[in-house]
Design a protein around this ligand. Structure first.
Ligand code: XBP
Ligand code: MG
Length: 268
């Protein structure tokens, strides 16, 4: 079957954004009069919960406070998250976070070959728009046929909902696409949607179990920043992941979807 679309996660995959998210959370806490401050070590653990609002709520649940105080804090979550998003997008709009190695190259390769692009992310559309514009200019938003974001689906990663949403709006079956992720939550979501998945971990996610991925690479690489030991390690054609190599991956025998994805396909 031919490869018709590449579906990208955003945070950690298109760009290494989590340090900016972490600082934005801490600035928002301060703005909301809270004496919380998430260290890198703490944030790596908190990142196991996908979704900023859900992450704040899980942190509140871990606090030893009264039920009344916990309820008061939970009522604050939407405001905290809105403040955080303002801080985050202001830094992203300044162009402080570049796309990861090889991302723009592969996006362009795909579009030149008539392969569509999509996004399936836990973060907000506001954050995605800010990153695409800062990193790719006006064309950024138009490069993607579908942009599926956090609150558009009832359940966030590791549930498959966001990838199924993207596939539905691409009008594609999972075997005609490949997903790109950086985290275990994202990999599990993509696999549960029946998608072959390439994982490029970051500092925030590198300790995860990526054994169900088709390919795990330090980055997508490109001619100026080739992957050490490639081709010949995990890649056949070049020292960076090419669209041609992905097309061969897609032509390989169908990857059995998870039982959950199989049941979903049968249900239609
Ligand atoms: C990663 C996430 C997001 C970000 C924070 O998203 O889990 O929650 O950490 O962004 P992705 P929000 O699926 O792109 O890896 O605060 O907007 O959720
Ligand atoms: Mg991610």
């Amino acid at each position: 079957m031919s490869l018709a679309a590449l579906i990208f996660d955003v945070d950690g995959t298109l760009a290494d954004t989590e340090e900016v998210h972490r600082v934005a959370f801490n600035l928002a806490f301060d703005r909301c009069g809270l004496d919380w401050s998430w260290s890198r070590t703490q944030y790596r653990r908190l990142l196991q919960v996908a979704g900023g609002k859900e992450r704040i709520a899980s942190y509140i649940a871990s606090l030893s406070v009264s039920v009344a105080e916990s309820t008061r804090l939970l009522d604050l979550v939407p405001r905290i998250h809105a403040e955080k998003t303002k801080f985050y997008t202001s830094v992203i709009r300044d162009g402080c976070v570049p796309l990861r190695d090889g991302v723009e190259r592969l996006l362009d390769e795909a579009l030149s070959a008539g392969c569509r692009l999509a996004i399936a992310t836990t973060t907000t559309a506001t954050n995605v728009t800010a990153l695409l514009h800062a990193a790719l200019g006006k064309r950024g938003r138009e490069m993607f046929s579908v942009i599926a974001c956090g609150d558009q689906v009832p359940v966030k990663k590791p549930a498959p909902d966001i990838f199924r949403f993207a596939l539905r709006h691409l009008d594609l079956a999972a075997e005609h696409a490949v997903a790109f992720e950086d985290s275990v939550n994202g990999l599990q979501a993509a696999r549960a949607a029946g998608l072959r998945t390439v994982v490029t971990p970051t500092y925030w996610t590198q300790d995860g179990d990526f054994s169900s991925a088709q390919l795990v690479l330090p980055s997508l690489g490109d001619p100026h920043r080739p992957l050490i030991g490639e081709p010949g390690g995990k890649l056949c054609s070049a020292a960076w992941l090419t669209l041609a190599e992905l097309q061969q991956m897609a032509a390989a025998p169908r990857v059995l979807p998870s039982v959950d994805a199989f049941r979903a396909e049968v249900r239609g």
